[in-house]
Design a protein around this ligand. Structure first.
Ligand code: AMP
Length: 307
């Protein structure tokens, strides 16, 4: 059930109504790898950092089962840096700064042992890098999931459209779905996006949960109503990690199983937002994850008989 994770490993500086951090570790691939590690330990990570990146966090990723042979460390260069500020509703944020640094000329190298991975998570990155990863694989994975964001839609839309043509599942948030499709209605947006290539689409709506579409069906997963959302950074990536991790564990990529997978994804995202950065995703127990998933089951279970 090998899982290849591609995406940023980065420094973030975050401002929320609850506080502010200086540079802390983050990045899409970091969140994805940590979240998926609760479902599979056969994870391989492809990314790039500068030599300013802490060895300690790389050890944490390794301890969670991630093989870092595909993580390039560039001497004398700086890691990708992103900074964002959340609005009071915690659902929307402004990007304050994006410094590509090592990412600017990143040439991904997929380790030989991962070229036939069964599951591929193309985390948020420039679309042409996501494509370069696809072109190195020796066999088509059982499932390709791709996550992206408005930043790449703004500066690399043609490359993004080319990349999503051949994937299985696209995960984006509601405003990105509107930007990509030009439709305000999410139902219409979904149908337009599915016509672009992906077989299924997940639209993340922050505290309002997530929608899963294929051409015929739609399914909804709530977000857990939490007393305090401390920092939403990485929620989308943790969702993606839980989603693909569960699918990799169960090896079942049917729409029915994807419905379960978005609950597991939502559960992992609900942990992430409880603390700043990646902190809450480190060292959870199986019991923590099981109890959280049970809370989701309890939240939406109702007994109605239509006679
Ligand atoms: P999320 O909150 O799930 O959308 O992801 C937040 C993470 O995405 C942060 O840890 C950032 O380092 C990373 N990130 C922010 N902007 C970009 C970008 N343009 N490309 C790739 N990763 C990014």
């Amino acid at each position: 059930m090998s899982l290849l994770v591609v995406g940023t490993v980065a420094f973030d500086a975050i401002e929320t109504p609850f506080g502010k951090t200086d540079k802390i570790v983050g990045g899409a691939a970091s969140y994805i790898a940590l979240a998926s590690s609760y479902f599979t330990k056969d994870i391989s990570l492809v990314s790039v950092v500068g030599d300013d990146f802490p060895q300690e966090f790389m050890n944490t990723l390794k301890n969670h089962g991630a093989n870092l042979d595909g993580l390039q460390i560039k001497k004398g260069e700086k890691s990708f840096f992103w900074s964002g500020r959340y609005h009071n509703d915690m659902n929307s944020r402004d990007t304050l700064d994006t410094q590509l640094n090592v990412l600017a000329d990143f040439d991904p190298i997929v380790p030989e042992s991962s070229k036939n991975c069964e599951f591929l998570m193309l985390g948020n990155l420039m679309p042409n890098v996501q494509q370069k990863v696809l072109s190195q694989l020796t066999a088509r994975p059982k499932l390709i999931v791709l996550d992206t964001m408005n930043f790449w839609m703004d500066i690399a839309m043609p490359e993004l459209l080319e990349t999503i043509k051949g994937i299985d599942v696209l995960t984006i948030n509601d405003s990105e779905a509107r930007q990509l499709s030009g439709e305000y209605s999410l139902v219409k947006a979904a149908q337009k996006i599915l016509a672009m290539g992906p077989k299924a689409l997940v639209i993340k709506k922050g505290e309002h949960g997530a929608l899963l579409f294929n051409k015929e069906e739609v399914f909804f997963a709530p977000a857990l109503p939490l007393e305090d959302v401390f920092d939403p950074t990485g929620a989308g990536d943790s969702f993606a990690g839980g989603f693909i991790g569960y699918l990799a564990k169960t090896k079942d990529i049917s729409f029915e199983n994807m419905k379960r997978a978005i609950i597991f994804g939502s559960a992992m995202a609900s942990f992430t937002v409880e603390k700043f950065g990646t902190e809450r995703l480190i060292g959870l127990s199986q019991k923590d994850v099981d109890e959280r998933v049970q809370e989701f089951i309890d939240l939406v279970q109702f007994d109605i008989s239509l006679v």
